[in-house]
Design a protein around this ligand. Sequence first.
Ligand SMILES: *[C@@H]1O[C@H](CO)[C@@H](O)[C@H](O)[C@H]1NC(C)=O
Ligand SMILES: *[C@@H]1O[C@H](CO)[C@@H](O)[C@H](O)[C@H]1NC(C)=O
Length: 391
Amino acid sequence: MPLSNYALLGALLSASLANAFTPLADKRFAYNQIPYKVDTDVGLPRGTQLGYNQCNSTTEGPNSLCQTAVINSLDDFCLWAPSEPGHTVGDIEGEMIAWCSKPGHGTRVMPKGTITGVQFTRTPDYIQVVGFMDQTKINMVAGDDGGEMDPHGADRRGNPIGGLVYTNAWTGGYSQAVEWHNFNGANMFCFKACDPKGPKAARYCEHIYDIMGCGFNAPSNAKEGVFESCASDSQDPPGQYVNAAGQTTTWRQGDGNPPYTPRIPSSSLCSTFASTDIFDKATNIPIPTPSAGSQSSSSSISSGSSSLPTSVSTSHTSSVSSGSSSASHSSSSGTSSRPASSSTTASTTPSRTQDSSNSPSETSNNSGAGKSATSLSMIAFTALTLLYVVA
Ligand SMILES: *[C@@H]1O[C@H](CO)[C@@H](O)[C@H](O)[C@H]1NC(C)=O
Ligand SMILES: *[C@@H]1O[C@H](CO)[C@@H](O)[C@H](O)[C@H]1NC(C)=O
């Protein structure tokens, strides 16, 4: 073809490279260098980022559209929830905003009584909060079985689009949790942030089991009415199990029902509180450091933990100590107020795991995700056709 066409082709190629799309999970920001909006893409099928990522005392409160969440400790964490009532998680996962358990992050602040039980755990691989809530207090629809937020999604812009997650639990300063997942629904929540220094961060924070809920993706010992901060063994990566032949293998969503029940890792060194201690006043809450010693007491760990490289637990344990000195907080005033009905533990309510086929989770709105994917491939097809015509 004529030389001028090569020039035109080159111009088109460099234009498309200049506008190269970066998936959310590839974006890294130091905490003090977070841009106003992390997602600046325009003209894509799901539109523009709803809120912003620079969040401060000006943005804090009932009108906040902050999309930077933190998980720091038992009393200081956020969940992704709607900015306005009336929309299910499946409808609005791309526009979720941060609702935090306490002020100080420039976000919406959860009303009193939102969290009705929560377990914070720190493991060698991740931190997580799992618990129970009155989800209507954070604009969720009563009875909504909910779904998953994570930094991926069919178009790789994340749910919410542009959502960032940070924690000060690993180094004392804020560091970005690149891989994370948050399931909210049926008055339960789980939010896991995986330490990027760990060898399997993406696996522990897997995003492909979006209809399976907390019992599958984040099995825990969380109990209604109990508020505790613990060290823990790591879960098995979601989907991974040991089959009858003794081989470690992976079940995928869509392959019928899971052929196994996810192992609940044992938690240890728990400090238990009354909810009023942690949400109504400042209380120094320890973040226990998981160690080999703290994990050895339970036999339930050994089967699964053999699949973890032993090196995992060594690297991250030194940094936490600041908060963990206060033994005085292990007074268990919260424990005695625990409802007898601990039949509602997170471990026994993976009901969404059992009947995921009829739970109206985010994938019930497959039309939306499917449409996005189709539109994206249409764009790609159009671009290729254009290049072909030029050539
Ligand atoms: C607070 O955040 C808003 C929204 O991101 C931003 O426009 C404003 O400049 C920030 N204010 C300060 C003092 O940093
Ligand atoms: C699903 O997504 C579509 C847009 O893709 C939207 O119109 C609809 O309200 C959503 N919810 C349901 C339950 O279909």
